[in-house]
Design a protein around this ligand. Structure first.
Ligand code: WT7
Length: 653
């Protein structure tokens, strides 16, 4: 342990298990030797112009060539300047032109069990009809379209149709409230909202259109609402002439609508992401750079092969769905599984049933899901044949080493590499991840940066820290997939990402680099706990708790303490056992043994649930208020289950 007066973060958890890639995997992999990665990484870092020029020429279609690779005027980057391309063309026409139109693009299964398969040619027809429908509704290049839809093929079709005509999509996760939709419509000046008559969730129908109607009453810029019939809900109210049905406006169009050549830097989409406080930010991504980044990171990290069935379990309402359901895999000509519903409907084995049924080869999911599977019990997994799987991925939060081990053993049968992918809405695509054919993995580490990513870890004065010390993770060089701004808020863009360390992108995460050059994400900068002058990362204490067999999930926060500055409070969910005082003592001792007395929680509470965002991240900020005995302050609109706060108070009593 080191002196933390410099603002560095102490690293307390030792994880030395190492999992080299299986030989049979490496032999056929996209990256099959370390030297290949090293030389590519070096080329991207030392000759970025040359590197990205050839990547862009090879992997995107150009209606008009670009005349400059990257114009970097910090914090503003333009990539492939003056070139013209189209993301929908890259995702669809490119494959069809190459005679691969019959390949399956999307295999879809609805929550009730209905199925649909779309080839690339069929998908292009649907996208073309939708594009023509959007035109008919008065949408043209540069207009913003909000999409609030269930996870149906039409959600991807709507996104690609916007891209085809150069409209800017803003997908709003279909769990958000009317208030949140209205805020996003107004911030973006949306002209159209695309929604459905309803959404299946755990066997029930949620009335999406009703929620949208409530939002539209407060969304003056919206001229039309396009409604897909998904659940056959005849009660939906259609306000004339504002509201129109998808089957009237889209299905009736010609299926030949050419993609409009778009400037490389034309906005492709905005995606709202909640800051920890304050109003959501509309992260803006542009056409060529984002498209290239999504495609190449998909191919590198997921080792994409012709015969793969790729399943990313995210919703298209998050960046993960944008980059690894739609733009990445489709640009690469992959076959994707898309699933509409909940992982525990009709039973807790739904995911494994899908893997078996569709012979999924690559599964990309989130730690919050993995922890739920662990809690639900191994018997749901054991019922199914998962032998088609060859690669597993994780994203969204740090994966605690014990959850990693469960994923490795139970789902991967100890033969599938795990790619723990670190990235953000802002980065457009994966930034750090193992390359499954070559990287020996360590549970809990996202290992090394991809070609084109130059990370640096700095202390509070902006100076690089030594290896082994935790500090703020920044990215030193521009990369094609980087955000281009916050919609309508240049000041916040500069302030939030580029002011702490001038000229470098501030990720907002803390990280540490170990002596092998592997990176370990230590959680958000705001989540650091300062105990008697030692700055600790929440994830390390949480991982120590999770390594006890009774613990399912743990969230650790600091609360003010007169003596130590901050004391550690832990919130823990338990499986297979009744929580009692003996278990509490056992857990405290366990943390003490694992990482030392300093990190032993002062306060440990058992709880039935943890507060999470709708994308499954633990909201430590709310727990901080509860642990400190304060009223919960700040924005709670992103909380997934609003009853959780009351439950936490009950658990206390
Ligand atoms: C934040 C970004 C990445 C797409 C989905 C979330 C955390 C994400 C990891 C990981 C540790 C991770 C970070 C990051 N995060 N992946 N593999 N290990 N932390 O996108 O909602 O923009 O969240 O999620 O804190 O900054 P997002």
């Amino acid at each position: 342990m080191t002196d933390s007066s410099s603002g560095q973060i102490d690293h307390v958890l030792i994880e030395d298990r190492l999992f080299p890639p299986p030989a049979e995997f490496s032999q056929q992999a996209v990256f099959s030797s370390q030297a290949q990665y090293e030389s590519m990484y070096r080329r991207a870092a030392e000759q970025p112009e040359e590197f990205w020029r050839s990547e862009a020429l090879e992997h995107l279609h150009w209606f008009e060539p670009f005349d400059e690779v990257c114009r970097w005027d910090p914090p503003h980057a333009e990539w492939f300047v003056h070139g013209k391309t189209n993301a929908s063309y890259n995702c669809l026409d490119r494959h069809i032109d190459a005679g691969r139109g019959d390949r399956t693009a999307i295999i879809w299964e609805g929550e009730p069990g209905d199925e649909r398969t779309l080839s690339y040619a069929e998908l292009r027809s649907e996208v073309s009809k939708c594009a023509a429908g959007l035109k008919q509704l008065g949408i043209s290049a540069g207009d913003v379209v909000s999409i609030y839809m269930p996870m149906t093929p039409e959600l991807a079709i709507a996104m690609l149709a916007c891209a085809r005509i150069g409209a800017v999509h803003s997908v709003i996760f279909a769990g958000f409230s009317a208030e949140s939709i209205a805020d996003r419509n107004n911030d973006a000046g949306a002209k159209l909202v695309i929604t459905a008559d309803g959404l299946y969730r755990r066997g029930k129908v949620l009335p999406l259109k009703e929620t949208v109607d409530e939002a539209l009453a407060k969304s003056p810029t919206v001229e039309h609402c396009l409604v897909l019939r998904r659940v056959g809900n005849d009660d939906v109210s259609m306000t004339q002439p504002r509201d129109v049905w998808w089957h009237d406006v889209v299905d009736t169009q010609s299926d030949d609508f050419p993609a409009v050549p778009m400037d490389s830097e034309a906005s492709l989409f905005i995606l709202y992401t909640s800051g920890s406080t304050g109003k959501p930010k509309g992260i803006r991504h542009t056409t060529a750079g984002y498209n290239l980044w999504a495609k190449r990171t998909f191919e590198w990290v997921f080792d994409h092969r012709e015969d793969d069935i790729f399943w990313c379990t995210a919703d298209c309402g998050w960046i993960t769905g944008h980059s690894y359901i739609v733009y990445g895999p489709l640009s690469a000509g992959a076959t994707c599984l898309m699933y509409e519903g909940a992982p525990n409907f009709p039973a807790e084995d739904r995911f494994w049933e899908l893997v078996e049924k569709y012979k999924v080869t690559i599964l990309y999911t989130a730690p919050t899901a993995i922890r739920a599977f662990i809690k639900w019990g191994d018997e749901h997994v054991d019922k199914h044949d998962l032998s088609s799987l060859r690669l597993l991925g994780s994203v969204g939060e740090g994966i605690n080493p014990e959850a990693w081990m469960w994923y490795h053993k139970k789902i991967g049968n100890e033969r599938c590499p795990i790619v723990d992918t670190w990235w953000q809405t802002e980065t457009g695509g994966i930034m750090m991840s193992p390359l499954p054919g070559i990287t020996a993995t360590k549970p809990g580490s996202c290992t090394r940066p991809l070609p084109g990513v130059v990370p640096v870890i700095v202390d509070e004065t902006g100076n690089a820290v030594d290896d082994q010390h935790g500090g703020m993770l920044c990215i030193s060089k521009p990369w094609p997939g980087m955000l281009r701004g916050i919609w309508g808020d240049e000041d916040r863009f500069v302030q939030q990402y580029w002011s702490t360390v001038p000229g470098k992108y501030l990720t907002g995460d803390n990280a540490r680099k170990d002596s092998d050059g592997y990176y370990w994400i230590m959680g958000r900068i705001d989540d650091v706990i300062n105990v008697s002058g030692h700055r600790l990362s929440t994830i390390e204490v949480e991982s120590a708790l999770c390594s006890h067999e009774a613990v399912c999930e743990a969230a650790v926060v600091g609360r003010p303490d007169e003596l130590k500055g901050q004391a550690i409070a832990a919130f823990v969910t338990i499986r297979d056992r009744e929580p009692d005082e003996a278990l509490r003592q056992e857990l405290l001792l366990h943390v003490r043994k694992q990482i030392g007395a300093l990190a032993q929680p002062d306060d440990l509470r058992f709880t039935s649930t943890l507060p999470k965002t709708r994308s499954g991240k633990i909201m430590r900020r709310l727990l901080r208020d509860i642990a400190s005995g304060n009223e919960v302050a700040g924005d709670t609109s992103t909380l997934e289950d609003l009853t959780v706060l009351a439950k936490l108070r009950d658990d206390e009593g």
